[in-house]
Ligand binder design. Structure first.
Ligand code: NAG
Ligand code: NAG
Length: 287
């Protein structure tokens, strides 16, 4: 980013020099005559005369096309949410299988939840990549970044690739991830809270969580990892961070490979009432 402004300034200088030279060549006018013809009051914004040899570049470069020019949603030549899905996940059960089913991760109440914040620049526009290209991430559990044009239908999945669920974060959704060996009771508690809080949620196992922190909630720019579920912490995180993505889009997604259970409306289609009190109170029956 730092190099961009200096390049713009540099090319501006070059253009001014070229313009002046070519003007002298063809019209041999003095600089004062030139200034009289073009009084200083005529700023670049109001100037309507001719430029030599070409108009100077605009001071504010046009913003890059949104999402790299690839619109969201289904597109038969790019992402139909059916073709080339193996680019993101080869359907291997490795990503959702607990290989030590007799050694489920025991929640450790001494390990406090960790909230990580990645400040995403306001003007950042994530690029949409078609299914003819792979997308890799530096962090295996990213909180923002390029993703697929078609986003997941909300609900619980056998597994959703990160290239899909990142798009849900952009729309203000909550993504719940759990280690395949996370304790089923803790997974059930977290699932219940999330499903009682909002429609806009995606739930999936993830092989990238640690055994110390086998549970996670992710929103645009925020990652909460947990060893055990504290209902107040989870509710607070959802209240503060759900629906805060850069695009306020409540519409359901198009991708539904391995969808186990579609999300249900909690308050209304806009999730106006996040984590309704009576729904959360009713959960106390379960713990
Ligand atoms: C992938 O497909 C899109 C849409 O057809 C195209 O614009 C893009 O250039 C392709 N990318 C590669 C690497 O072929
Ligand atoms: C699927 O992937 C192949 C190989 O990269 C590519 O040629 C083709 O355009 C892709 N099709 C779609 C619909 O993305």
């Amino acid at each position: 980013m730092i190099g961009v402004p200096s390049v713009v300034v540099f090319s501006l200088v070059i253009n001014v020099v070229v313009a002046t030279r070519s003007y002298y060549k063809t019209n041999s006018m003095s600089l004062s005559e030139l200034l009289n013809r073009n009084p200083p009051s005529s700023t670049p914004e109001t100037w309507t005369g001719k430029y030599f040899p070409t108009p100077p570049p605009s001071h504010t470069p046009a913003p890059p096309p949104l999402h790299g020019g690839v619109p969201m949603g289904l597109n038969p030549n790019c992402d139909d949410a059916k073709t080339n899905l193996t680019v993101d996940w080869n359907s291997s059960p490795i990503v959702y299988t607990c290989f030590f089913p007799n050694k489920r991760i025991i929640p450790d109440f001494d390990i406090k939840p960790i909230l990580e914040i990645e400040p995403v620049p306001k003007l950042y526009s994530a690029v949409h990549y078609c299914m003819n290209e792979t997308i890799v991430y530096q962090n295996p559990i990213p909180t923002f970044g390029p993703h697929r044009p078609a986003w997941p239908r909300y609900g619980e999945y056998k597994y959703v690739p990160v290239q899909r669920w990142l798009h849900s974060l952009e729309h203000g959704g909550i993504v719940m991830l759990y280690h395949p060996c996370a304790h089923p009771l803790e997974v059930a508690r977290l699932r219940r809270i999330v499903k009682s809080c909002l429609f806009r949620h995606v739930i999936s196992p993830s092989p990238h969580l640690s055994t110390e922190m086998p549970l996670a909630l992710v929103t645009w720019g925020k990652r909460l990892t947990m060893s055990t579920v504290n209902v107040d912490v989870v509710r607070e995180f959802i209240l503060q961070n759900a629906l805060q993505g850069p695009e306020k889009i409540s519409r359901d997604g198009q991708y539904d490979a391995e969808l186990l259970k579609a999300a249900e409306i909690v308050s209304d289609t806009e999730d106006t009432d996040l984590c309704p009190e009576e729904r959360i109170k009713a959960l106390s029956l379960y713990w």
